[in-house]
Design a protein around this ligand. Structure first.
Ligand code: GDP
Ligand code: MG
Ligand code: ZN
Length: 319
């Protein structure tokens, strides 16, 4: 079978010129020391020794087809990464080699815009295309208000309403998926990521979790990350929901997620204004006059501080 349908490209091929007897495989499932890969010989389970790994979903690795042992994880084209909760600076890669990420959240409860912004920072940092998907439109036909406020903040950011149950919005969603690309589905648990993968595949492939009625939170049914091949050529990667997301990014990436704030910052009196309590701050002024959203500003400042702190912690740990 051709490896191209799994995303094999010159970037990886060049790294595999000296592979010897090892052959390439794309990780579709991974645990700490094991991985299941798509290879030219089909699906293969391989072990990933400590000195080789860890491998994450989306990685390309080389493995010995006889012994079924990974011999090398190939350099990643990009990655979705966060800082591990409870650590000063410890990078955790959630997924690798992705072309787009759908940030999926359910309209059955209040959309957590703050969490969406955090996902957006991760995706922007990876340079993959981000699409915000407001799922469960069938439960909340009045999604327009949420969509409008998201679009108002950043008109260049695609935001779609969809329903995995009725199929609303799926055609439009498909138009946003880069052809032949690897598409990660990220977002809080219970938003409908697995359901959307199934709806796009038009069959039951992934187990869908029941939503607890009490608080409408999804149970954690997706405990592993999995990569599935769509007949139209996309590789869909269902990621488990995570509760705390501390993006692993440069502070400048935060600016890209809040373009309306970044733009105002150009007019501040001080060129390096932090929009905290400096005189002549046009960002503060805009917030006072309700020209920008107070919640977004708080989120922006918090994320900037977090990412600057991350850099300091990283420098200290390396010193
Ligand atoms: N009404 C409705 N329910 C949905 C929709 N998508 C998912 N669900 C339900 O929401 C719950 C969580 O879905 P799941 O796909 O497991 O979410 P995940 O945790 O993000 O993977 C399940 O009970 C689904 O049946 C939708 O578009 N409309
Ligand atoms: Mg799931
Ligand atoms: Zn300012």
């Amino acid at each position: 079978m051709s490896l191209a349908r799994y995303g094999w490209e010159p970037f990886f091929q060049r790294q595999a010129l000296d592979a010897g007897r090892s052959i390439p495989g794309r990780v579709r499932l991974a645990t700490v020391r094991r991985a299941q890969v798509y290879a030219s010989t089909g699906r293969v389970r391989v072990s990933v020794p400590r000195n080789v790994g860890p491998a994450v979903v989306g990685d390309w690795l080389l493995f010995d087809p006889r012994k079924r042992i990974a011999t090398r994880v190939l350099k990643r084209r990009n990655a979705l990464a966060r800082n591990r909760p409870g650590h000063a600076a410890k990078r955790q890669i959630l997924a690798s080699n992705i072309d787009a990420a759908l940030i999926v959240t359910g309209l059955d409860r209040n959309v957590n815009a703050r969490l969406v912004e955090r996902y957006l920072v991760c995706v922007r940092e990876s340079a993959a295309k981000a699409v915000i998907v407001l799922n469960k439109e069938d439960l909340c036909p009045g999604a327009n208000e949420v969509i409008r406020s998201l679009r108002e903040a950043d008109p260049s950011q695609p935001v779609l309403a969809a329903s995995a149950v009725t199929g609303t919005g799926l055609k439009e969603l498909e138009q946003h998926l880069p052809s032949g690309g690897t598409i990660a589905l990220a977002g809080p648990s219970g938003g409908g990521k697995s359901s959307l993968v199934n709806a796009l595949l038009n069959r039951e492939h992934l187990r869908v979790g029941a939503v607890r009625e009490r608080d409408r939170r999804g149970k954690h049914t997706t405990t592993r990350r999995e990569l599935v091949v769509h007949p139209k050529g996309w590789l869909l990667m269902d990621l488990p929901g995570i509760r705390e997301l501390y993006p692993w990014s440069r502070p400048e990436t935060v600016d890209e997620v809040f373009p309306e704030i970044d733009r105002l910052g150009l007019d501040c009196y001080y060129r390096n204004c932090r929009h905290e309590s400096e005189p002549g701050c046009s960002v503060r002024k805009a917030a006072e006059e309700a020209r920008i959203d107070e919640g977004r500003l708080k989120s922006y400042l918090e994320l900037r501080r977090e990412q600057e702190m991350l850099i300091r912690n990283l420098q200290e740990s390396r010193a």
